[in-house]
Design a binder for this molecule. Structure first.
Ligand SMILES: Nc1ncnc2c1ncn2[C@@H]1O[C@H](COP(=O)(O)OP(=O)(O)OP(=O)(O)O)[C@@H](O)[C@H]1O
Ligand SMILES: [Mg+2]
Length: 508
């Protein structure tokens, strides 16, 4: 009998340890373990309660309904389970019916008086840490039996459960850390400012993006500064479309593009008969931009007599049409741009200081392309994609050609790059853009870098000699044909052959 018990006990332990290691679903593992235990012991109910947030709650059970499990929550020190969880040593209640401490919190033991039920409760401990409590309702026939064997088995099972809980929690912690990391990464990526169709991963452009993100929502006047082709207009539009005025109009006006005499009526409109040719009244750009944004490009070219009028619109939001009496009120946000050194204009008296300060509320400096070379591969990729789509082509660029493009200074900035890529895509007959396809002006700086003029001359001569020889071989040494091939006159080829010491005899 004794041996039988040992065998069954070992089998139970083996089964339970197998179950606990079977999956990462702790709750279902524990539930299965309780079921195996119930089969072995004459056990009516079995529960595993785990400590969490200063409380202890049933995690899995055998012989309890879902509702009963939910009710199984105890404060530390409360009831038997709470006490075991607090003190960390087992408690055996030989007969539940006689025990006033017994809470029956779950409400599962309505039959308490009719049956003989012992309640065995052992802590689930990992080293010195109390993780929870394993408890069992044990049915027994007669009073006075010892539960020592049961207790010993439960302690072993509790230690198996402890290891499993610990492992599970470590994994959960790791998972959480990973999730957190991913979340942080996501936030970081989101923190990187993005604006549709504006390329700029470089720090300089990220600063620009950051300030326009910040300023877009307001009505503040923005002054965009930067060389030609750096994207001033693109950014002006981005600000408008990121602002609450996005649904309103975006009106662009280039102060340098219109003869001085027409500027005022273009900006502020005119009444019928205001001047010869004013056959009807007309609204100006400021009126058209009402509830939207007006973009004044090349503001530095604004004539001195118009500057006070712009100042007035900025300050009073009002103006009169040319030849008109009526004061017109508008709600307009102004974005101005200039590639000029406005401060010089101010000191020369060409630009009013008060207007300068009024415009300079939020200055945004767009870096030249050569100052943000790290954006170039992205820009090139962006333009290649666009022009490939427009031209229904699939052209890529070789890495050495890319290198040359990145090395170039791009005085015309993004616009020049954009035009160059478009031309390359349109003209290319090859699938790949190689250095040979690039316009000469892009490559010339590299030639300039060769230190000695002599070296350059020598290498050019070497190349020329080689080309002449090839042409002569191809044409069977007929000088006139070779000359035609190379675009020389027969006289020129004769002269060059003499210069380079080329004759048929020495070649054979
Ligand atoms: N960061 C960028 N990403 C993508 N395209 C850009 C970027 N910057 C400029 N571009 C493109 O380059 C061209 C020139 O930009 P834009 O007209 O805005 O420059 P600009 O500063 O107003 O130049 P200009 O002073 O000559 O008027 C446009 O086609 C624009 O779409
Ligand atoms: Mg522009």
């Amino acid at each position: 009998m004794q041996k039988d018990y040992k065998t069954i006990e070992l089998t139970t332990l083996y089964e339970i340890s197998k179950i606990l290691g079977s999956s990462l679903d702790l709750r279902s593992n524990l539930k299965s373990a309780m079921r195996v235990l119930a089969e072995f012991m004459d056990m009516k109910r079995g529960t595993v309660a785990l400590k969490k947030d200063g409380e202890i709650a049933i995690e899995a059970a055998h012989g309890l309904t879902g509702e009963e499990i939910k009710r199984g929550r105890y404060k530390l020190g409360e009831g038997i389970i709470g006490r075991v969880a607090k003190l960390g040593s087992p408690i055996v209640i030989p007969n539940v019916g006689d025990e006033p401490l017994f809470l029956d919190r779950t409400g599962a033991r309505k039959d308490i008086k009719k049956e003989n039920i012992a309640f065995l409760c052992v802590p689930i401990k990992f080293k010195h840490e109390i993780l929870g409590v394993l408890s069992v309702d044990r049915l027994f026939e007669s009073k006075g039996i010892s539960f020592e064997e049961d207790l010993r088995l439960l302690k072993i099972i509790a230690s198996l459960i402890a290891q499993s809980v610990k492992l599970y929690r470590e994994i959960e912690k790791e998972k959480e850390a990973l999730l957190w990391e991913r979340e942080e990464l996501r936030r970081e990526l989101k923190g990187r400012y993005r604006i549709d169709n504006v390329i700029g991963q470089s720090d300089r452009m990220q600063e620009v993006f950051e300030s326009i993100h910040r300023v877009a929502a307001s009505k503040a006047t923005v002054l965009l500064r930067g060389e030609s082709g750096t994207g001033k207009e693109l950014i002006a539009k981005a600000i408008h479309y990121m602002s609450p005025r996005a649904k309103g109009p975006f009106i662009k006006f280039n102060c340098a593009s219109i003869p001085e005499g027409l500027l005022e009526s273009e900006l502020f409109g005119h009444e019928k008969g205001a001047f010869t040719g004013a056959i009807s009244s007309r609204r100006g750009r400021f009126e058209l931009a009402d509830r939207g944004t007006i973009f004044l490009d090349e503001i530095g070219d604004l004539t001195v007599n118009l500057q006070p009028k712009i100042l007035r619109v900025l300050q009073e939001k009002e103006f009169e049409r040319v030849g008109g009496e009526r004061t017109i009120k508008v709600d307009v946000r102004l974005i101005a741009a200039t590639s000029r050194h406005l401060e010089d204009f101010v000191s020369q008296g060409r630009f009013r200081e008060d207007l300068y300060y009024r415009l300079n509320v939020v200055p945004v400096f767009l870096p030249a392309l050569r100052e943000r070379k790290e954006d170039m591969p992205l820009l090139i990729e962006f333009f290649l994609k666009r022009f490939n789509e427009e031209n229904k082509k699939d052209i890529s660029i070789s890495s050495d050609a890319l290198r040359i493009l990145v090395d170039y200074d791009w005085p015309g900035n993004v616009r020049e790059l954009e035009n160059t890529i478009e031309r390359l895509v349109v003209m290319s007959t090859d699938k790949i853009i190689r250095p040979a396809n690039l316009p000469l002006n892009l490559k010339s700086p590299m030639i300039k870098e060769i230190p000695l003029k002599e070296t350059l001359k020598a290498s050019l001569e070497e190349t020329e000699k080689h080309r002449i020889l090839e042409a002569l071989k191809k044409t069977g040494w007929v000088h006139a044909r070779a000359a035609r091939l190379l675009g020389f006159t027969p006289r020129q080829i004769g002269y060059k052959m003499k210069k380079y010491g080329i004759d048929r005899v020495s070649q054979n």
